[in-house]
Design a protein around this ligand. Structure first.
Ligand code: ADP
Length: 571
């Protein structure tokens, strides 16, 4: 659509510009043709005047001299001037003397009184007439002047010019130029086929006059139709299916008009050239755009392909990595379970002394009670035996509780999650650790709500968390004067928070940052392996919780475990 508009604009503006330019050129050419034609005519214009005043001519007219002398005079002048013919008529129009007196076409004795130039000059004016010679059959321009006697006009002198030379020059010039007389008859033209054609249809009156004057004998005077077309005012005419741009000019000092026609082929060629240039330019631009687009698309698709390959490679690497991670995770889980187990065993090892002490005491007591019971039986004092047996029973129950806890502790995790009350898990842990707590003379403080704090977990592993943190606290307080562990259990809307605070020395920066790393320990070899907290960390994470450690304001460390609360369940 836009391209059509552009093409139309280019073509029409080129057309307009070319037409304007051609009009200007045509006007300049017309001025040139006008002046050259006038110059060709003007050089003969004085001749009739000069001839009319010659005494031999006057003598010939008045019959006082020898006409032959006048003939010869006219012949001489004709030869000198290069005019086609010179002749003089008496006042009836009869030719008295002529330059061609001695040729078969001699005008002498011919009557040209019907010619308009004769009537113009016999009445005193200059005659000016273009027509075909009735005697010679050759076209020419007749210029006439009155011949004056003493006090009246006695005849007419005439010079005939043939403008064939000028016309030939026009034809050779290759331009389309012509002259039309006052009736619109083309008298001179560079296009020989247009000679004696008319600009428009002649009226019967005009035709009658032309015939009367025998101006163009034997000529059809057919119309080229130019006049009618020009009325429409486009400045463009079509003659014999050829289109022309039309310019004309009135010739000074005559009733003739000079016409200059430019072929519209020139305009069309210019338009075609402009169209071609525009189209080639547009085509080139389109080609360049297409080429650039094609290249851009190619580059984009190459980029996409590279990106795709990169992403694919990345995907493969990620998949491989995921597979490796998955495997590592499985291995880690296995290792973690083993570590939990190992941790428990390590704890057991450390606890064994305390346990041995704890169990030894009841055994010694039981032994004593048994011995005294035996003595009572021997002595028949059976009334206190019952009390004795009750005490033995109480002691064995306590021992059973200790071993029972140990069993729970050493039991391997089932891996199945179930609702667990954190308070119960803590009870179990504290019972398990009570020998150590007592041995270290550590006081315990517990703050917790009355309601159960149920989480989705594995009891054994939760106990493991508690054991690890409390044991660390006991270890840390080894040299503390006051040994106290405070356990706060609180709940938020979503979580259970367990804070275990001790009165130990707390942790330095390095310890704080490495605390949960496997095998990080500040303890002496044989005392700790640095696995407790990393195992704890893993377990808490497994249950969807978090763990952090910090120093309290009063000194001592606090371990805070946060586990998601299981809502609406009780164990
Ligand atoms: P281990 O007890 O075998 O050293 P852990 O992973 O349980 O391994 O503990 C790592 C380290 O964290 C301990 O060696 C100790 O330096 C520090 N730590 C743990 N708990 C406390 C605490 N309550 N007070 C001060 N330091 C602690």
């Amino acid at each position: 659509m836009i391209s059509t508009l552009v093409v139309w604009l280019v073509v029409s503006s080129t057309g307009n510009l070319t037409i304007n330019e051609l009009h200007r050129t045509a006007q300049a050419r017309l001025a040139l043709y006008d002046s050259s034609l006038r110059a060709a005519v003007d050089q003969y214009r004085y001749l009739p005047y000069v001839v009319a005043r010659h005494h031999e001519v006057i003598a010939a007219i008045t019959g006082t001299g020898n006409p032959r002398t006048a003939d010869m005079y006219l012949e001489r002048v004709k030869q000198r001037s290069g005019a086609a013919a010179l002749y003089v008529m008496d006042k009836t129009g009869m030719t008295v003397a002529a330059s061609n007196w001695n040729t078969p076409d001699s005008f002498v004795g011919e009557d040209y009184g019907f010619r308009p130039y004769f009537s113009q000059s016999i009445t005193g004016g200059e005659g000016f007439f273009f027509g075909i010679g009735v005697t010679t059959g050759r076209a020419g321009l007749f210029i006439s002047n009155p011949i004056r006697g003493d006090d009246e006009i006695i005849g007419v002198s005439v010079v005939k010019l043939e403008l064939d030379e000028v016309e030939r020059n026009w034809q050779e010039g290759g331009e389309t130029v012509f002259v039309a007389d006052e009736d619109g008859v083309i008298t001179m033209t560079s296009r020989s086929d247009w000679k004696y054609r008319t600009l428009s249809e002649l009226s019967p009156e005009v035709r009658g006059r032309i015939t009367r004057h025998q101006q163009y004998p034997g000529k059809e005077l057919a119309s080229l139709d130019i006049g009618q077309q020009l009325v429409k005012g486009t400045g463009i005419v079509t003659i014999n299916s050829e289109r022309f741009l039309f310019d004309d000019k009135h010739m000074q000092g005559s009733k003739w008009r000079l016409y200059y026609l430019t072929s519209m082929d020139y305009v069309s060629n210019r338009q075609a050239a402009a169209l071609f240039i525009t189209a080639s330019g547009a085509g080139l631009i389109i080609l360049i755009i297409l080429f650039l687009r094609e290249r851009e698309l190619k580059l984009a698709s190459q980029r996409e392909a590279r990106e795709f390959a990169r992403i694919q490679a990345l995907n493969i690497r990620l998949e491989e990595e995921i597979a490796v991670r998955r495997k590592t995770e499985e291995e880690l889980r296995g290792t973690q379970n083993e570590l939990v187990q190992a941790g428990k065993l390590a704890a057991l090892g450390q606890m064994s002394a305390a346990i041995a002490h704890e169990i030894n005491q009841p055994i010694t007591a039981i032994r004593t009670f048994c011995a005294s019971a035996k003595l009572m039986l021997e002595r028949g004092k059976t009334e206190k035996l019952d009390q004795n047996i009750n005490q033995i029973s109480a002691l064995t129950e306590r021992m059973g509780a200790i071993t029972g806890q140990l069993k729970t502790f050493s039991r391997k995790s089932t891996g199945v999650l179930e609702p667990v009350d954190l308070k119960i898990a803590l009870d179990n842990t504290l019972q398990l650790l009570s020998p150590q707590l007592q041995q270290e003379e550590c006081t315990l403080e517990r703050n917790e709500p009355d309601t159960p704090l149920v989480i989705q977990a594995d009891l054994v592993r939760i106990e493991q968390i508690c054991v690890n943190i409390i044991r660390n606290a006991l270890d840390a307080m080894a040299d503390s004067s006051v040994k106290r562990i405070r356990i706060d259990l609180t709940r938020t809307k979503t979580d259970v928070i367990m804070q275990i605070t001790d009165t130990g020395p707390g942790m330095n920066e390095e310890t704080l940052s490495l605390l949960f790393d496997p095998f990080f320990t500040t303890k002496d070899p044989g005392q700790g392996v640095g696995l407790g907290l990393s195992v704890t960390y893993g377990i808490v994470r497994d249950f969807g919780g978090s763990i952090k450690a910090y120093n309290t304001e009063t000194a001592g460390a606090c371990f805070e475990v946060r586990l998601p609360l299981l809502k609406g369940k009780t164990p």
